[in-house]
Design a protein around this ligand. Structure first.
Ligand code: GLU
Length: 457
């Protein structure tokens, strides 16, 4: 059996859209599933738009997602160069093959591909002029996802522009042939090009690869395909928001594919194992930012505390919450508390601020809620007093001290906790209460309780 060779063939635009990332990912999954090769080919024939930076965005995004390529830029391989802009000689050579076979002609300075079939001149209502039509035999595509698709080309088409530049259809097919591509897995928007491509493969006398056209990714709300302007459409958005790349990758795997059970969180090795082309859905996949965030929070909570700390530290340093040389053990204890509650690293700096700074914001709603009932001033005085006296300031002693204070005042510990939490952290949600106080430390806790008490008349 021949080795599976698939490719991701982006045109660098300066953005790495999640639709492109999904295309790259599905090709990569298929290569890994079959033990074949995954090739990165840069379709950079549009000279204006293709810059060094645009390429870097793409390479960074793929590396971040862990989609490694076996042949392509930086890696090289037997079928290079892997940039279309560096393959002009190859395209000229392959044009000669078509010329020799009598399948080209020149018109208006451009080089056209001649279809085989009966020719006739008909009046085109749309163009309002007479055009030559070709009754070519329909092309049958046994698409690995969409099933049988039939489509006939009825006009010859340009393969080299008057400028001398080859056209997308031509270079795409020549590269797929010369790179030995066995499966073309790409977006459904290319299905309309496929009959042209098949005609070219045949004219070259080459084997036609298996096509697999993936469903579109629809925008989260409203109609239509997700575009680069839509919220959450770019891989770099997730990088900037400190999403975990494994989580983003896991989510992208579900855009048009599923493991046939209800699972949404799967290790990548298992996805590679289960992944196959017939498993890709025909129905369009709607982007769901909430699901992405949910999957991310799962990965955040499941990661070892050492890794979480390693990722979190630079974020906290960047936000000016801690210095570079902050005590590692203390940092890890704080982060262990945050990890169980925070939904993503993107909200960590805001979430954890009160552990490091006194100038945290206070949530008005939470404040009203805890101060409008009972006698908050009295409860705060009692709590501060009870905690001040502790000689050992650990979670257990704190809990016991608050319980004792509650007993004396004839209240439940519940009359203290939410109130104290708002006083200490400005919010009524957060990590486990007593461990939080322990790590904050006696001085900080007592001071904050007293300061907060002073704000109540
Ligand atoms: N450069 C094309 C694109 O970005 C590649 C199409 C293909 O995969 O054949 O859409």
């Amino acid at each position: 059996m021949t080795e599976t060779r698939v490719r991701f063939a982006p045109s660098p635009t300066g953005f790495f859209h999640i639709g492109s990332a999904r295309t790259a990912l599905f090709n990569w999954l298929y290569a890994r599933h079959t033990g074949g090769k995954f090739i990165l080919r840069i379709e950079d024939t549009d000279k204006e738009r293709n810059t060094e930076e645009a390429l870097q965005v793409l390479i960074d995004g793929m590396k971040w997602l862990g989609i490694n390529w076996d042949e392509g830029p930086l890696v090289e391989g037997p079928c290079g160069p892997y940039f279309q802009s560096q393959r002009s000689n190859i395209y000229r050579e392959w044009l000669t093959k078509l010329e020799t076979a009598g399948r080209t002609y020149e018109k208006d300075g451009a080089i056209w591909f001649r279809l085989e079939g009966e020719r006739s001149v008909v009046y085109d209502d749309y163009l309002k002029k007479e055009v030559e039509k070709v009754a070519a035999a329909p092309v049958v595509i046994e698409d690995a996802i969409r099933g049988r698709v039939e489509r006939a080309e009825d006009r010859d088409f340009v393969i080299f522009r008057a400028s001398g530049d080859p056209v997308f259809h031509f270079v795409n097919v020549v590269d797929d042939i010369t790179m030995g591509i066995t499966h073309v897995i790409r977006g459904e928007d290319h299905l309309s090009n496929t009959s042209k491509h098949v005609e070219l493969f045949r004219a070259f006398g080459a084997d036609v690869p298996t096509f697999a056209h993936m469903p579109l990714i629809l925008k989260e709300v409203g109609q239509g395909k997700m575009s680069k302007r839509d919220q959450g459409a770019l891989v770099e958005d997730y990088q900037k928001q400190h999403y975990l790349s494994e989580a983003v990758r896991n989510y992208l795997c579900l855009l048009g594919w599923s493991p046939k059970d209800d699972r949404e969180i799967l290790p990548i090795d298992e996805i590679i194992d289960l992944f196959d082309l017939p498993g890709i859905t025909q129905t369009n996949a709607r982007f769901d930012g909430k699901k992405m965030a949910f999957i991310n929070s799962h990965y955040v909570r499941a990661m070892p505390i050492e890794s979480f700390t390693w990722l979190a530290k630079p974020i906290l340093v960047e936000a000016d919450l801690i210095p570079e040389d902050y005590d590692e053990d203390r940092l890890q204890s704080i982060l262990a508390l945050c990890q169980e509650k925070v939904r993503g690293l993107g909200e960590l700096a805001q979430f954890a601020r009160y552990f490091f700074k006194d100038d945290f914001a206070t949530d008005e709603k939470a404040l009203n809620k805890v101060t409008k009932k009972g006698d908050p001033a009295a409860r705060l005085d009692e709590a501060a007093q009870a905690l001040e006296q502790l000689s050992k300031f650990d979670a257990e002693s704190i809990e016991t001290a608050i319980a004792a204070a509650a007993e004396v005042s004839g209240n439940k510990p519940g009359a203290y906790m939410p109130l104290m939490r708002v006083a200490l952290s400005g919010t009524n949600v957060g990590p486990s209460f007593y461990p939080m106080l322990e790590i904050m430390g006696q001085g900080c806790v007592v001071d904050r309780l007293r300061q907060f008490r002073a704000t109540l008349s």
